[in-house]
Structures are given as structure tokens and as C-alpha cells.
Design a protein around this ligand. Sequence first.
Ligand code: CA
Length: 243
Amino acid sequence: MLYKKSCVLLVEDDPRVLRLERMVLEKEGFSVVAAGSGEEALEMLAEITPSLIVLDVGLPGIDGFTTCSRIREFSQVSIIMVTGKDFNEDKVRGLDLGADDYITKPFSPNELAARVKAALRRSVMSNEVVEPTVQVGELLIDFASNRVSLGQSEVFLSDTEYRLLSYLARNAGRIVTRDQILERIWGEEYVGEDHLLHVTIGRLRLKLEDQTRRPKYILTRRGIGYSFPTTEEIGASAAVGVG
Ligand code: CA
């Protein structure tokens, strides 16, 4: 596995949490380095290039959000934000600032290991050649011809619907926030116009989903945004026998 040799930078001021994170990741075969503050992390990043950063929101000095946006000024490294429980605004804010994912305190060792491995897998994939098609379940998107089909039937989408679906599919397995979608598909001046997004998502679901109230392809991440499943995720939901 490619990620086995990866180096992970942990940014955490609580020694107990840090000890747990370090133990979990070293057990998974990662090499681990740690910083106790955002400032220290930024200094370290001048010297080292980790494959992934696990970044606590609540830090002494500059907080995790500021640290995240400073890192994004010079690096596309995968970042997982560690947020407090039940703070959807924090999750959205982290993702809007360019974090790839978030994990909520308190987390289990397995959860942390799974998130880290998933984020590294995604960053490996995104460095590969962009796929000309995406097939998930019955749904096929052909980016070369801009065509979408479900099983044997072609699905006719408006330009906006197609761009929205493509954007989600290109980011399969990760959550994109409402503002990220609005900015990308409609433009910066539409950020905050959630009703526009809501209506377009509704129309897409009518065209793509068997049951619009139990969508398979366009998943709602309550309070945060939307996501498109990976082939593995849709396989897992089929195996459980949804519907
Ligand atoms: Ca903290």
C-alpha cells in the first residue's frame, strides 16, 4: 500500500489526545511528527513535507482555522480538521478553508485510522490521470461527451445540473460544502443562496434517484453540504440491502 510509508503531521496541544493519535497512526505504520501549535506546525512545514496533517481547531496562539488557511497559501497537502462535538459551523468553516475532511472529538482509534487512510487514498487518486468516466451503481457519467446515463437510458440534464453532478462526482467520497458548490457552479456572488442549490439538487434527484427521499447518488450531509459516493460506498449500501 502506498500510504504505509507516509508521514503524518499531528497538530495538537492536548498531550493526552496527541498520545492517542500518535499511538493509532504508528500502529498503522505511519511515521508521525507532532507540533503543539499552529505556529510550530507552519515552521515545521518549511522543513518537511508530510502526506497528511491532522489539525486540531482549538490551539494556543493562532487557531486551527487560521493555520489551515495559511497552509493552503503554499500547500495542497491533505488536512483533516479535528473539531468539537456538534459544531457544524466548525466543520463547514474548516472545509470552506480547504480542509479535506474532519473528525469529531472524542473519536475512536479505528475512526481516526479510517479517516487518515481514506484521505491518503483520495490524494493518491487525485494525483493520477483524471478518469474520462465515472460509474457508480447504475449511474454513468461520461465527461468526454458530457452524457449521463442510468442503466440503459440516457438522462437529460440542464447545463447547471450536469456541472453540479460532475463536480460532486469528481469529489466522490468527500463532503463539499454548500458555499463551495455555489461558488464553483454559480459564481462567488451566489455564495449563501442556498435555495438555488436546494432546488437544483431536488431536480437532479428527481432525474437520478429511485427514491428521492432515500437518495443513493446525491447524499445530504446535514448542516454541512453534499457528497457523492465512491464505488466502495455504494457497494456497501447495496450489501446491507437498502430498499
Ligand atoms: Ca486543543
